[in-house]
Design a binder for this molecule. Structure first.
Ligand SMILES: Nc1ncnc2c1ncn2[C@@H]1O[C@H](COP(=O)(O)OP(=O)(O)OP(=O)(O)O)[C@@H](O)[C@H]1O
Ligand SMILES: [Mg+2]
Length: 246
């Protein structure tokens, strides 16, 4: 099976060299655990180091703010966009009925999953995308009460992503300590891999950890790995490194 290098320092060797090509990975964690940075690093390094065009669907944060925030890591998204190596799809404010100023966005007249999927397929063809991120599933605006509807939508999403052939990360939010991996409790079953980010208590870098909960067709690490957000993005450490320091 072909592997897609993750672009996250230290992660590839924990998953036999990368994500299984063409599959979907769920990235979950509480707020502020680094889901957006992780996902953008996957897309940015994918384009920069591996020459793989990527699509970033942002449903929470406005593209303008993301571009601004990641400059700190030395990631110049505008440049990648100009080179057609990155396309951001803006669904962040369509839900509010406000038109986006982005090149590709959801119409302010209404947001729905089918429109988004059509847009994803169109852009995938146009730039030859190999990587895709949807940040985040809860922001799709699915109704928590209607469990079968949620399951259907998430299934449809993962099925269509598989059809397009891209290797994707979808993010979801969970409360720290919750015994499910996505907000709706169904996401983890339709994806091929689950990575969970934790951020405990106050302060220092060593409070951040990453755990690979599942990765189909992969012999993966089962440890809780310390991670760090550095000026070059997220770095995953081996468990032993942590012990050496103490
Ligand atoms: N340059 C940096 N150096 C170190 N830590 C940083 C840096 N930039 C951001 N962070 C940390 O990363 C967090 C934001 O990460 P990110 O936006 O990826 O989280 P998230 O999981 O997407 O959160 P949300 O659920 O709110 O969308 C900040 O709260 C901060 O703790
Ligand atoms: Mg985020």
């Amino acid at each position: 099976m072909k592997r897609i290098p993750t672009g996250i320092t230290g992660l590839d060797k924990l998953v036999e060299g990368g994500f299984p090509e063409g599959r979907s990975i769920l990235l979950s964690g509480a707020c502020g655990t680094g889901k957006t940075i992780f996902s953008m690093q996957y897309i940015y390094n994918g384009a920069k180091k591996y020459s793989e065009p990527g699509i970033y669907v942002t449903l929470d944060e406005r593209p303008e703010l993301i571009r601004e925030d990641v400059i700190r890591f030395g990631w110049d998204l505008r440049k990648l966009e100009q080179e057609n190596m990155l396309q951001i799809i803006d669904g962040s404010i369509a839900k509010l009925g406000i038109p986006s100023e982005e090149e590709v966005s959801m119409p302010a007249t209404g947001f729905d999953l089918d429109k988004l999927l059509l847009e994803i397929m169109r852009v995938t063809k146009r730039i030859g995308a190999k990587r895709l991120v949807i940040d985040s599933i809860p922001a799709l605006g699915l109704s928590l009460e209607n469990n079968s509807e949620v399951r259907k939508s998430v299934l449809k999403l993962s099925y269509l992503l598989m059809r397009t052939g891209v290797t994707s990360i979808i993010t979801s939010e969970i409360q720290e300590g919750a015994n499910k991996f996505g907000k709706f409790g169904v996401e983890e079953y339709v994806v091929d891999g689950v990575i969970v980010l934790h951020y405990m208590g106050v302060g220092t870098q060593s409070n951040r950890t990453l755990h690979i909960r599942k990765m189909r067709a992969t012999h993966h690490s089962e440890s809780l790995h310390p991670i760090e957000i550095t000026d070059k993005g997220i770095v995953v450490h081996k468990v032993e490194e942590e012990y050496e320091e103490t």
